[in-house]
Ligand binder design. Structure first.
Ligand SMILES: *Cc1c(COP(=O)(O)O)cnc(C)c1O
Length: 557
């Protein structure tokens, strides 16, 4: 190392050396080979971290954080080889999302072409703020948006949209559009000087809190509508709350309908919400139309079943799966009624983080968010497509857009039907097996997605009765809390087993929902979210067996 540093004294020498750290700008078989070799060495090194466990290496040790905090900026240059080793090392502790024994959350394994798209974007570094900096990556954005419009049934002549920084970003755009529709775009300049209300269900994603806080609306202006036992927004409660609000002369900027809640896959009745909104606009003589944003970041993918022949069932799904898919589709089909839709390709689209789309029914409404090109003097001097005029972000990676295009073109409706159908089929099998045990209660038995929430009860407890009391009877408050602790113990013991190389990694939710009385505590649950094409009946059986074994273990301890 010391010798090397001496040899590279003059800056010009160092620069020559540094050039080997970059892919060559012109075709150069030796340097190109070196690049490929580096990537391939990385893959080999990561491969050696694989075991029977659904994660790379031995998991993350907490004490790493102490030393991480001590990191200082290095003085000298390092080598590509050393970095390759270091990067592989940093993959330790990563869950292998495609592993049959990983049933953690709505996190997919990305397809090979969507990974290649990210590599393409990493090498050529497009910024889709304008096509001047993005070449055909800009086209990928427009095409992906058009494909998604077609999928959900928007009129492609009118619709539009853009890729943004996550599901949270999609909700942010939706709510901002709602506010600016009321203000005629003046809020961009004048700021928000009055209260705007945003309605959503109490089991909608917490990102609504961020959105309200960061938009300057304030979380106090969020109105959480109680959800029914099916985890969907109560329509009567929504109507009551909207009437009360409009009656007080308040302004309703947005109603967020969730199509596929994060924990339980609850699906709001979007069609009924739109109908209600239209009626109230009429009845209250509003001079604006409250914006309806469909948070379908998870549920959008079910749109691929819109033209599936459920009678013929060419893919041969089981009856229980078919019923589940048709029930979900009944709601998902109305996505086209929403004013905007949030879509995460990095959830049910099998693309890497981040690939999120805000789809807008009437793209002309984006004009409400635009700035004058004079305010961005160094941009948009050449090229034709400049979404940066209305996007919140300045630098926007082209990776998500190209990855979305890659996964959608690769899989088509057929591929997504098989992947989503398989997830639902496996979840149905899991539910069927869990339901066979009297000590286990499946919690989301009316919401049919890839997610299963369940609670386990100790010996001597009638689980069905116990859950019913916990949900409805304030007298059972302390029992509810005690069983939350018991289930956490089950979860922890399962986690320990997985870390020893045996069993299926599940996740834990502190609040699948709240009990049905005022000031009720949260009901915690174990959660299985199936996303892997490799999940099979063996993995399903292990989930049930490990739960029963751990329950036994607790009883004997
Ligand atoms: C995940 C999720 C979000 C937030 O999306 P990110 O991509 O994680 O920012 C919003 N809504 C729902 C229903 C979600 O599941």
């Amino acid at each position: 190392m010391e010798i090397e540093r001496k040899q590279l004294r003059h800056y010009a020498d160092v620069l020559e050396h540094l050039k080997t750290y970059f892919p060559s700008p012109v075709s150069d078989p030796i340097m190109d080979g070196y690049f490929v070799h580096s990537v391939s060495r990385f893959l080999d090194q990561v491969d050696s971290l694989k075991s029977a466990k659904p994660l790379l290496g031995n998991g993350v040790k907490d004490n790493h954080y102490d030393t991480s905090q001590q990191a200082v900026f290095p003085e000298v240059i390092s080598s590509v080889e050393d970095m390759t080793e270091l990067l592989a090392d940093y993959c330790q502790g990563m869950t292998i999302w495609s592993h049959p024994n990983a049933q953690l959350n709505v996190i997919p394994p990305p397809t090979i072409p969507s990974i290649t798209a990210f590599i393409a974007a990493a090498i050529y570094n497009p910024n889709i703020i304008t096509d001047e900096y993005a070449g055909r990556f800009s086209e990928a954005e427009i095409q992906s948006i058009a494909m998604l419009s077609d999928l959900v049934g928007y009129d492609p002549q009118l619709s539009g949209g853009l890729f943004t920084f996550g599901g949270t970003g999609t909700i942010l755009y939706g709510c901002k559009l709602g506010i600016e529709k009321i203000l005629g775009g003046r809020g961009m300049q004048d700021g928000i000087r009055e209260d705007f209300k945003i309605f959503s269900s109490d089991v909608s994603h917490y990102s609504r809190l961020n959105v309200a806080a960061w938009l300057g609306v304030g979380t106090k202006n969020l109105i959480a509508i109680p959800s029914t036992s099916n985890n969907e927004m109560s329509l009567s409660a929504l109507e009551e709350a909207l009437r009360a609000s409009l009656g007080r002369g308040e302004k309703v900027a947005a109603i967020i309908a969730t199509l596929g809640t994060t924990d339980a896959f609850g699906i709001d009745d979007l069609a009924a919400i739109v109908h209600l909104r239209n009626e109230l606009v009429e009845e209250y003589g509003l001079d604006y139309v409250p914006h309806i944003h469909a948070d379908a970041v998870i549920g959008w993918a079910w749109s691929v079943f819109r033209d599936y022949d459920f009678d013929d069932n060419p893919l041969g799904f089981h009856a229980r799966t078919l019923r589940s898919l048709t029930d979900s589709l009944e709601r998902i089909e109305s996505l086209q009624l929403a004013d905007s839709i949030g879509i995460d390709l990095h959830k049910t689209g099998y693309a890497p983080y981040i690939s999120s789309v805000i789809l807008i029914k009437d793209r002309s409404s984006l004009a409400l968010l635009s700035r004058e090109p004079e305010q961005m003097p160094y941009l948009y001097q050449v090229g034709h497509h400049h979404p940066g005029i209305y996007t919140l972000e300045c630098s926007r990676s082209g990776a998500g857009a190209l990855a979305a295009l890659a996964s959608m073109t690769l899989l088509g409706k057929q591929g997504y039907r098989v992947l989503i159908g398989h997830n639902v089929e496996m979840a149905e099998m899991l539910r069927e097996r869990l339901e066979r045990h009297d000590c286990i209660q499946v919690l989301n038995d009316y919401n049919y997605g890839p997610v299963t929430l369940f609670r386990v009860y100790p010996p001597g407890v009638d689980a069905e009765k116990a859950l019913h009391s916990e949900l409805n009877d304030p007298e059972y408050r302390s029992q509810l809390l005690a069983n939350n602790v018991y289930n956490r113990q089950v979860f922890d013991l399962i986690y320990e087993r997985v870390m020893q190389g045996e069993g299926v990694l599940l996740s834990w939710t502190l609040a699948y929902r709240y009990a049905n009385y005022p000031d009720a505590p949260a009901v915690a649950a174990l959660k299985s979210f199936i996303m892997s094409p490799w999940t099979d009946l063996k993995a399903i059986d292990s989930v049930v067996n490990q739960v029963m074994e751990v329950r036994e273990q607790i009883a004997n301890s």
